[in-house]
Ligand binder design. Structure first.
Ligand code: ADP
Ligand code: MG
Length: 334
């Protein structure tokens, strides 16, 4: 129901940045190569995410907006094997319940579909009703346009900050995802101005190098140590800035678990401890690290917005991160 969706939205949709995160994750799940994000007034007035992914066939457009209709989670066991970024089937319905949402898509030709090769569009009305499909013009892929976020939830609207703050949060989300996906092109525009423009040209190494330079700076690329280590179930790879070049700001700390950026106490603690005796006072480690582990060893469903994770073997993960970093820094255990 409309109300259930709005309640779910309270958990999933905090601000424009959380909307953008969900929409980008959907685009990535759809196998796109490029994502264009176009927002007005910090994303509150208008927010559009367009991709060149597989698209949504006409007969599934309305379903995509129906709560849990698309949930990939059939039972609890499935939660342990979540491979795609989205899995709850509630982002689009939740967002639609607190905004004016239009979904436009052109699915890849499959031959059997009615209206193949055509784009179709569906809008969710202010009352939560899904309006009839209309033909539209759209290249292969999908656009989701959100207008007037929280227009019908004054309590939520009140918690939004200034246009600049909301946009800063949104931009951070785009940058974090772009760091982990150098294979995808990203463009972000705010009030008609291009703020982020990241191509994905060249081979893997060239893409990665360009992405790191653009998002973390030449310093990071030149002064960081690469690392890559595997234990039984755990693999950690990425880069840490040499301690001598550490920064007075903690703004270059990126940690991903199975491709999702997380802010996790256990992880930060392990990293901080690894650097504890080599950093000057008031300096922060800078790092871009990716931890991969089997889905059954990590619960990504702790929080609907998915910033937090829970490791099944927390101690083991902590010690692994610590040990790998110490080795990378050329240091023994404390
Ligand atoms: P979830 O991602 O958890 O499945 P969402 O509510 O985010 O749920 O999306 C619902 C469904 O709509 C997805 O499962 C997918 O089938 C479809 N969908 C959403 N966005 C896109 C997109 N950009 N491209 C293709 N399909 C999409
Ligand atoms: Mg999703």
């Amino acid at each position: 129901s409309h109300l259930v969706n709005q309640i779910a939205a309270g958990e999933v949709v905090e601000r424009p940045a959380s909307v953008v995160k969900e929409l980008i994750e959907n685009s990535l799940d759809a196998g796109c190569t490029r994502i264009e994000i176009d927002v007005e007034q910090g994303g509150v007035k208008r927010l559009r995410v367009r991709d060149d992914g597989g698209g949504i066939p006409r007969e599934q457009l309305a379903l995509a907006l129906a709560r849990h209709a698309t949930s990939k989670v059939v039972d609890l066991a499935d939660l342990e094997a979540v491979a795609t970024l989205g899995f709850r089937g509630e982002a689009l319905p939740s967002i639609a319940s607190v905004s004016r949402l239009t979904l436009t898509s052109r699915a890849a030709l499959s031959g059997a579909d009615e209206g193949e090769g055509m784009a179709w569009e569906v809008t969710v009305g202010a009352d939560g009703q899904i309006e009839p499909l209309r033909p539209a013009a759209h290249p292969p892929g999908t656009s989701v346009e959100i207008r007037d976020l929280f227009f019908n939830v004054p309590a939520r609207r009140k918690f939004l900050r200034t246009e600049k703050t909301e946009f800063d949060h949104l931009e951070q989300v785009v940058r974090r995802i772009a760091l982990a996906r150098p294979d995808i092109g990203f463009q972000l525009r705010h009030n008609g101005r291009t703020v982020v423009d990241l191509a994905a040209t060249g081979d893997d190494a060239a893409r990665l190098d360009a992405r790191l330079k653009r998002l973390l700076g030449n310093d990071f690329v030149e002064q960081s140590l690469p690392l890559e280590e595997t234990a039984v179930d755990l693999r950690l790879h990425g880069w840490v800035m040499r301690p001598a070049f550490s920064r007075s700001q903690a703004d270059q700390q990126f940690f991903y678990v199975n491709g999702r950026m997380v802010r996790d106490k256990l992880v930060s603690h392990a990293v901080r401890q690894a650097f504890s005796d080599v950093l000057h006072h008031g300096r922060h480690p800078a790092y871009l690290l990716f931890l991969e582990l089997p889905a059954r060893l990590v619960d990504v469903n702790v929080h609907p917005a998915k910033h937090e994770v829970r490791f099944r073997e927390g101690r083991q993960v902590h010690d692994f991160i610590f040990r790998v970093l110490r080795r990378c820094l050329g240091l023994g255990t404390l």
